[in-house]
Design a binder for this molecule. Structure first.
Ligand code: GLU
Length: 376
């Protein structure tokens, strides 16, 4: 069987990562406005086609350092924080304007390492992303470099973009870079290096092909891109590395121009479900009535009204068992309320949640996407 690169129109949620050196001209230290406006055309086309679009944009430090007149080369942490503070405002404005010109709404999200790695904060960040996408806005995401510490940070937006892709259950991550994909050896230093159009699975041989190269303006070399591909493919997203230097780079991918595809063996939902079904220690259980069991069987979420009893002591985001009226486990899922709050709202309609808890939480106790039913 020959594997073919998928068609861009087959994806429903796409994360596009834009590297600093694409947005900011390294020589002039100025924004490439025309390039950005052509990329915004590309994004608008994806969006019009029905896909949810998320952007992970680098460039805060690169923009800020030119405004502040910092010299080239590595910056001390406090200078790069200051540069990010100055540059991020400019970056957000550029994106908001470029998208608004095409009738799209931009929403800025700045995350730190803990926001994606700590489960509770991850869930809050994910809720915000999900809401923005439901409103058809385009989240513009970057690491919050002004408060990220030297030890605890992503540092490169390749891996951040991959985490965002899994957090958003995206099915495609596009890394726009200054290389047109993966080569058997670093092409700059090895003339015999051959381009690889498609990687069905990342193995030791593929990892060995990634050099460590990084330029002054972009932190991630091929190594962080392979790391990103591993995160994305485990999370159920395909990934593509494409040369973003030319105009309308996404249109070029759809025309079949040179790039490297990394395929995921599964789709996001089944990957998440496997993760939920297999790897988590359940902290409690929700007993549900026959009506709720039927609703879950028909593809619905678990609402408080169908829950008859809560067992165990769990926090929001923990994995719990779902038991039917005869006590049998019928599945498990990530719960959106802690045990005390879940016990307060069980048996009630979603309209009553706010009155019972004093805040407006999610409608469902376990969302469909966070649930793995036995036999699924
Ligand atoms: N977050 C950094 C910035 O916006 C960029 C990190 C990267 O280039 O990967 O400047």
């Amino acid at each position: 069987m020959t594997l073919k690169a998928p068609s861009l129109s087959s994806f429903r949620r796409i994360v596009v990562k834009v590297g600093s050196s694409l947005l900011v001209d390294p020589k002039e230290a100025a924004v490439k406005r025309h390039w950005l406006s052509r990329l915004a055309d590309d994004l608008a086309t994806l969006h019009r086609g029905g896909a949810d679009v998320l952007v992970v944009s680098s460039g805060a430090v690169a923009l800020g350092r030119s405004v502040l007149g910092f010299p080239s080369g590595a910056l001390p942490l406090e200078d790069s924080q200051a540069a990010a503070a100055v540059g991020q405002i400019a970056l957000a404005r550029l994106w908001a304007e470029a998208l608004a010109d095409r009738g799209l709404i931009a929403g800025q999200i700045l995350v730190t390492f803990g926001d994606t790695e700590e489960r509770r904060r991850y869930l809050y960040a994910r809720e915000c992303l999900t809401r923005l996408l439901a409103l058809r806005a385009v989240p513009i995401i970057n690491e919050n470099d002004t408060v990220a510490t030297a030890e605890i940070r992503y540092g490169d937006n390749d891996r951040l973009a991959a985490r965002v892709a899994t957090m958003a259950s995206a099915d495609l991550l596009i890394l726009l870079s200054d290389v047109d994909g993966l080569y058997t050896a670093p092409p700059a230093s090895d003339a015999s290096a051959a381009h690889i159009p498609l990687v069905p699975r990342i193995n030791a041989e593929i990892e060995a092909m990634a050099g460590g190269a990084a330029s002054q303006y972009s932190r991630g070399g091929m190594r962080t891109k392979i790391e990103a591909a591993k995160i994305a493919s485990t999370g159920g997203a395909h990934m593509v590395i494409a040369d973003g230097r030319n105009e309308a780079p996404i249109e070029r991918i759809s025309r079949g121009e040179r790039c490297t595809w990394f395929l995921t063996p599964s789709n996001p939902v089944t990957a998440r479900k496997k993760w939920i079904a297999g790897s988590l220690e359940p902290r409690g259980a929700a007993h549900i009535d026959a009506g709720a069991e039927r609703a879950l069987g028909a593809g619905g979420s678990l609402l408080p009204a169908g829950v008859t009893k809560i067992e165990g002591s769990f926090a929001r985001g923990d994995c719990i068992l779902i038991r039917n009226s005869s006590g049998s486990e019928i599945g498990r899922g990530l719960v959106t309320y802690d045990a005390a709050d879940a016990a307060k709202i069980l048996g009630h309609s979603t309209k009553e949640i706010e009155r019972l808890l004093g805040f407006k939480g999610p409608d469902e106790i376990i969302h469909r996407d966070d649930m793995a039913l036995s036999g699924e």
